[in-house]
Design a protein around this ligand. Structure first.
Ligand code: UDP
Length: 241
């Protein structure tokens, strides 16, 4: 038997075909990149943490009425997902100012936002994933106006659910990035992953701006104890009943 051919290899995952053309298998790697892949490294155990945490949260979100691409987790680093056409947008929801929002607006890090802010970025590494406006999304035909409205409403619902969920885990959900696909019926499905790679997560019981960080910012900013932070997030999530 020959080993299966990868359909696509990204920065954090390898996507394989399966005997069913409607189902793909995502293999989660330990490779880590930041700043549009200018910084590269590895976070031991990250693949298992991100695959397991995403699987858990996708199932919770399905129960809460959010359609996702998740079908199963056959092993700690492998996820079976519905084959979808990925919409070339990164949807970022923000509850507290951090990261690029602070750099671009001057709002101090840690400022709570009155309402969640939804930002759209173009999924294009060569362009550096630029921030888009609704008019530019139409110009690029990256999503229809109806899809854009659907992405916004679904993302706000995900934020509503996850903010409460993480609060109960002792973690503050600062911001996060979502990706979506469209199935063969035209339905929007939440795709990709929800993990410490794609969320800013702060220890709710810690006020020190470095010690509270439990996400990829530990890698981005060389704060140390990256693996420990990822493992602790997973433990706190899985301990939630
Ligand atoms: N994010 C992501 N992938 C990206 C860019 C951002 O998962 O390519 C996540 C990031 O981890 C954070 C949120 O989206 O939780 C907002 O990121 P921001 O726009 O502040 O950019 P950053 O500071 O990460 O460059």
């Amino acid at each position: 038997m020959t080993s299966p051919q990868a359909l696509y290899e990204g920065k954090a995952k390898i996507i394989y075909a399966t005997p069913d053309s409607q189902i793909l298998r995502a293999y989660y790697k330990d490779d880590a990149t930041a700043f549009n892949a200018q910084k590269r490294g590895s976070i031991t155990g990250k693949g298992e943490v991100n695959c397991t945490m995403s699987s858990y949260l996708f199932q919770k979100l399905e129960v809460a009425g959010i359609p996702t691409h998740w079908l199963g987790q056959p092993s700690p680093r492998e996820m079976l997902v519905r084959a979808v056409k990925i919409i070339p947008l990164e949807v970022v929801v923000r509850n507290i100012a951090a990261g690029s929002l602070c750099l671009q607006t001057g709002i101090p890090v840690g400022t709570p936002l009155e309402e969640p802010l939804v930002d759209f970025y173009y999924k294009d590494d060569a362009l550096g994933d630029p921030l888009l406006t609704p008019a530019r999304i139409q110009l690029l035909r990256a999503a229809t106006p109806e899809q854009l409205e659907g992405l916004t409403q679904l993302s706000l619902s995900v934020n509503h659910y996850l903010s409460q969920f993480f609060r109960e885990c002792g973690i503050t959900l600062v911001d996060f990035k979502l990706e979506y696909g469209v199935d063969d019926q035209g339905q929007l499905l939440l795709a990709d992953e929800i993990s410490p790679d794609t969320c800013r997560l702060w220890d709710a019981n810690e006020s020190d701006p470095e010690r509270r960080v439990m996400d990829k910012d530990r890698f981005r900013k060389d704060l140390g104890q990256v693996e420990e932070a990822y493992q602790r997030v997973l433990e706190q999530v899985l301990a939630h009943c």
